[in-house]
Structures are given as structure tokens and as C-alpha cells.
Design a protein around this ligand. Sequence first.
Ligand code: FMN
Length: 365
Amino acid sequence: MPTLATTVDGLRFPNPFLIASGPPGTNSQVITRAFREGWGGVVAKTVSLDASKIVNVSPRYAKLHAADGKEVVGWENIELISDRPIKIWIEEFKKCKDAHPDGVLIASIMEEFRRDAWVEIVECCQDAGVDGFELNFSCPHGLPERKMGSAMGQDPEVLSEVCGWVAAAARKPVWAKMTPNITHIEDPSRAALKAGCHGISAINTIRSVMGVNLETLRPEPTVEGHSTPGGYSSVAIRPIALRMCAEIATMIRSEFPGRTLSGIGGIERGSHAAEFILLGADTVQVCTGVMKFGYGMVREMKDELLRFMEKHGFDTLADFKGRSLGYLTTHAALVDMQREKKADRADDGIWSGDRFVEQSQALAG
Ligand SMILES: Cc1cc2nc3c(=O)[nH]c(=O)nc-3n(C[C@H](O)[C@H](O)[C@H](O)COP(=O)(O)O)c2cc1C
């Protein structure tokens, strides 16, 4: 029987399924619920020292539905980090650890570009007993207007400095959470690892405008008749997340062997987790999926991942972590490989007029 248990940066997870920072980890009640339902760990909603600066608007979500009008494939949010005071969070972190001493609880933290602030938030969270840190360098809305979140994640120099401060103050593993709103995600990831972070989490949401209401002509989500670009999540972003995780994992393999990766973005099934692990992830995180289906979804995810492992004869996650990375190569290499085969095969005629259209339609299903 294969096992889903895994140890990452010294943290012992019963399975690789973690709650991602967001509404599903927004207070001690829901965090303890997640542990009870069997999640491998929880990354709590991002906290900061001064919650009075965090002012949310409503509505702050907008959804993109599939053609059936039912399935949610994309989700935009303009929600900020937690607006609950740090004092309350510290009490709740303690409460969660008392109730579930073996549950891996990771504090997601964000601060302004001040060493004192980062050191203070690290110290008070670790005194409360959290098992690790995730540094939110990736929220793409609201916070960047204060030079926080993705504004830091897009600047490897600033990020490197902050990671250095945190690495020096933290006695627990530190993951840096990356923004996808950047051309080369390896650059800030490399800076974070070089500065002493143990691992990378990727990805946060993709900057987006969900749509425009054709009656009111207002972009959505609409707040007092106006909107602002927000963060896009859910299954529609999974291919982008897979690509970015593969790029980070390839960089980790060659430059920082032993460092770790937590894959995030559109994960809703055990098979999705298998794909992220095949492309180099150690753990996976789920946010919008939990908002759509509830905490109990983890049971079927675990079963499906176990079935995949059984089918392929993998006993542990390590048996297949990164297995598919070697099959991603350059386009030029694909051309060479195909050229070698071409001699044996008739031309597929993809460029010949009507057949191109027919083949495209067949692919679209
Ligand atoms: C409503 C909402 C709030 C979020 N809040 C946070 C947050 O406070 N901190 C953070 O690091 N990421 C936050 N995220 C990003 C998620 O953790 C995750 O990186 C992203 O949504 C992609 O994963 P998913 O497709 O499973 O949702 C939030 C996402 C959503 C949808």
C-alpha cells in the first residue's frame, strides 16, 4: 500500500494536501475544521502587524462559468490580506496548535519594507507555536499600492533583502510565495532561496479583469460603479501554474538541490496534485477548490492520488516527484526529434487548407 506521508523541510505532513492562504484558513475555527477533515497542513490567511490599514470592499469576488452556466472555471477576487488584529491571530494560532499539536500550521505573513516589522511578525508568530512561515510576496491587488505583496515579489533585490531578514529571525522553515505576474518567475525564486528561504510556494493569483457587464457597461466585480484589477484563480489557471512550477523546480534542481516547492493553482483533484508532483512539487495547496466544494473534498483527492500511485507502482511521493520534468524541453529539441522520425512517417498535412480547419475543430471537440 503506498503512503502519502511526506517530510518537507523537517515538517511531517500526513499527506501533501495543504489549505492555501485565503478564506479557507481565515480563523481558528476553520483551521481546526481543516485538520479534522484530514488536510495535511494549513497555510493560514495572510496576517500583518497593523490590521487597521486593511479595509476590504464588497462585493470582492466575480466568477467565470463554463458554457454550461454552472461549473466555475475562473474566480477573481479583490480581497486583501486578513483584517483581523494580530493579537487575535496569535491567540488563535495557539488555540489551533493546542487542539491539533501534530497539525502543520504555517503562518502567512506580509509587511512593509522595514526590517523591524518583518522581525517582529516572525517572532510573535513563532512564539505562538506555528510550524513554519510563508512570505506573501504575491498578492496582486490593493497591497502593491502600498509597495507590498506582488510589488515586492516583482523586485528580486527587495525580496532578497526581506528574505534575509526573515531567514535570520526565523527558527522555523520559511517558504516564499511567488507572484505569476512576472516574466521570469525563476528570478525572484532564486533570490529568495539565495537569501536563505527553505522553499518556494507558487503561484498566487493572476492579475485580471473578470469581465464587463454589457447592461451597465461597468467592469466586474463592480463596487460603487467601479472596479479594479484583481487576482484570478481556480481551474483556468492550472496550466499556467504547472508551467511556472516546472520552471522553478528545474531551477531548484540545478542550483539549490534539496530545497522545496509547494505547488498552487487550480488544484481540485488528486490527479491534479499528481501532475504538480510529477513536475517537481513536494506539496500542493488548494484555495478556490475549498471555496467551491468544502473541506471534505480532501478525502476523494487523497484516494485518487493513492489510486494513481498504485497504478504506477509508486510507494512514496518521492518515487515520482519531478519524473515528468525531463520531458519538457525546447521547441528546437522537439523539431530535431521529429525530424528524425519524419523519414518513417507521411506528412500530417496540417498546413493544407481545409484539413487545418478540420483538425482544429476536431481538437476543440
Ligand atoms: C478569495 C481569495 C483570497 C486569497 N487570499 C490570499 C491571502 O491572504 N494570502 C495569500 O498568500 N494568497 C491568497 N490567495 C491566493 C491563494 O492562496 C492561491 O495562491 C490562489 O488562489 C491560486 O490557487 P487556487 O486556484 O487553488 O485558488 C487568495 C485567493 C482567493 C481566491
